[in-house]
Design a protein around this ligand. Structure first.
Ligand SMILES: Nc1ncnc2c1ncn2[C@@H]1O[C@H](COP(=O)(O)OP(=O)(O)OP(=O)(O)O)[C@@H](O)[C@H]1O
Length: 542
């Protein structure tokens, strides 16, 4: 993938592409060099050991490249400091090593590295519905928090985590997909519970203890409260398995083993990913869909009798007419009011295609692909057509070597590395999308802009519609929520040339979408890929 981008972006550059997550030479403090100016060599050799889901690194050799930059692998406690020092000086975090090696990394001016980032607003700022949700959870009830996009569900999770901890409760924050898990600073519910998609669990109570026995996963300590975000993407079958697993682990036959469940999401958004049809050996199509699909159809979910809190106040969208129209469409309604019809007429205005290169690219539609490769190829072609050198921004990773967290490498791979680029290539004029809220920097998930220039420190200057500003690397973290330990970190720029995974849900596909093709054997919309590296016409090469 990377080599094809390089070949297209810089056909004449003598560059060897990196493989996987390898630390390549970048200029000091995580900035970048023009691709053509750097002769890359692999500094480190490592192999991924899939059986143990950890990374095994070979000898880290310190090498110097033509621009005199030295890089070594940052792995383990001793090298964490050097990882963090490489971040910008004004964002240099302070590290507290507590007894037992517990680690808290906090930045002076980089809220992104603070475990409590974005949640410093007082809970008094909560809306009435949000407050009601928190009250219900604090009363110890199973709760389903349901509401359309923008009603503050993710925000509420952060507040809930803080309130529950303040009350001395052990909280586990999970989500149904990797990207959603990163958004709520948790982990996937599959990886936490070890209830995997296709692993059948024998029916309790006939199951053997081995089916539910102590997990090899050291993180599997039962919490008082289990929060699951994006609940709509979990199937009824999964919820039943989770319920059985928790009952057995806790030796408690109450729903979910007595663990308080807080399910958060919107059943009008993405449904569970399921195989719909299968061809039998005789070529006959058989319907594989079970009778019960959604989490709320699970027998055990129903048995838990969750209190349903419906959030309606929208914090993301202020236009009442537009909100009303969205609400109609969301519930399959037919828009009939004059306001709706006027709005719909406006939406019918022809949208320029990306190929219409005489148009300003800011007017272009966002293009979504179902496969990463298609997005990569499209990006590479478009990037190659822009004049000038590409700048390469290589992610810097740190993974703990603390033996208590053998899953750290896997968590990094599944959660953070999937949504960020190992190597992000940018040129002047290329369009980008911000894939992360960056508190304090005015950047929000889904914001689209274009690169207007590069700062002298190498970082891109991006216009997100409010004038040019320098975009600095952001630090994503994988956090062991049970012990509040940062187990892995990645530093990379928050704008991405490619939006990965399913996530128009939350990653703000605000623009109109086209070429939105779905594989037929899936329900719903899994695996959408977007590409945003399209050229501005003024930047096109001859
Ligand atoms: N009580 C509040 N006061 C001020 N801003 C809020 C409040 N609640 C949420 N917000 C802001 O509203 C925006 C949308 O919130 P959030 O992303 O949590 O919504 P969501 O329901 O999770 O959306 P989606 O379903 O699309 O993921 C965010 O910018 C968030 O900071």
């Amino acid at each position: 993938m990377t080599s094809s981008i390089l070949a297209r972006a810089q056909p004449s550059a003598n560059v060897r592409a990196p493989t996987a997550i390898v630390h390549l030479a970048t200029s000091p403090r995580g900035t970048a060099q023009p691709v053509s100016a750097v002769r890359h060599t692999r500094h480190l050799h490592f192999a991924r050991d899939h059986s143990t889901t950890s990374f095994q690194y070979g000898p880290a050799r310190l090498r110097h490249d033509r621009v005199g930059t030295a890089r070594t692998l940052t792995r383990g406690m001793s090298s964490l400091d050097s990882f963090l020092k490489r971040l910008r000086a004004d964002e240099a975090p302070t590290i507290d090593l507590e007894a037992g090696g517990r680690l808290r990394a906090r930045a002076k001016n980089a809220p992104s590295i603070d475990l409590d980032d974005g949640a410093t607003r007082a809970t008094s700022m909560l809306g009435a519905e949000q407050r009601a949700a928190i009250d219900a959870v604090l009363k110890g009830k199973h709760v389903l928090i349901h509401g359309p996009g923008g009603t503050g569900k993710t925000y509420l999770i952060e507040q809930l985590r803080r309130e529950l901890r303040r009350c001395g409760k052990k909280v586990e924050v999970t989500a149904s997909t990797g990207i959603a898990a990163v958004n709520v600073k948790g982990r996937t519910v599959h990886s936490w519970s070890q209830v995997l998609w296709d692993k059948p669990i024998a029916f309790w109570p006939d199951a053997s203890p081995d089916d539910f026995g102590p997990s090899k996963n050291s993180r599997y300590n039962l919490p008082d409260v289990l929060i699951i975000d994006e609940i709509s993407m979990l199937s009824a079958d999964f919820m039943d398995k989770l319920d059985k697993r928790l009952r057995y682990r806790n030796r408690n036959w109450a729903p979910f083993g007595g663990v308080q469940l807080v399910a958060v999401g919107d059943f009008f958004q993405l449904p569970p990913v399921m195989k719909e049809l299968e061809h039998t050996p005789r070529g006959i199509k058989q319907n594989l869909l079970p009778k019960d699909i959604y989490a709320f159809e699970s027998a055990y979910f129903a048995a838990a009798k969750p209190t349903v809190i419906n959030l309606q106040e929208n914090y993301r969208q202020g236009d009442p007419a537009f909100l009303d129209l969205l609400q109609h469409i969301r519930t399959n309604g037919v828009p009939t009011s004059l306001d709706h019809l006027i709005l719909l007429e406006q939406l019918k205005a022809p949208r320029p295609h990306l190929e219409d290169e005489d148009l300003d690219h800011r007017q272009h539609t966002l293009r979504l692909f179902t496969r990463n490769k298609d997005a990569d190829d499209y990006n590479a072609t478009k990037l190659a057509r822009l004049k000038g050198n590409a700048m390469r921004y290589t992610a810097e990773d740190w993974i703990t070597d603390d033996k208590r967290f053998p899953f750290a490498g896997q968590a990094m791979k599944n959660e953070v590395a999937r949504m960020t680029e190992d190597n992000l290539f940018l040129k002047k004029g290329c369009a980008v999308m911000c894939i992360q809220n960056v508190p304090g920097a005015g950047l929000v998930n889904g914001l689209r802009g274009f690169v207007v220039d590069f700062h002298r420190d190498g970082n891109p200057i991006v216009d997100f519609g409010k004038g040019p500003s320098v975009v600095r690397p952001y630090v994503w973290q994988c956090v062991d929520t049970a012990t509040e330990t940062v187990v892995a970190m990645r530093s990379q720029l928050p704008p991405a040339a490619r939006v990965r995974d399913h996530d128009p849900q939350g990653a703000g596909a605000h623009a109109q979408q086209r070429d939105h093709r779905l594989p037929q054997h899936f329900l719903g919309a899994p695996g959408l890929r977007g590409t945003v590296a399209c050229p501005g016409p003024e930047q096109l090469a001859d």
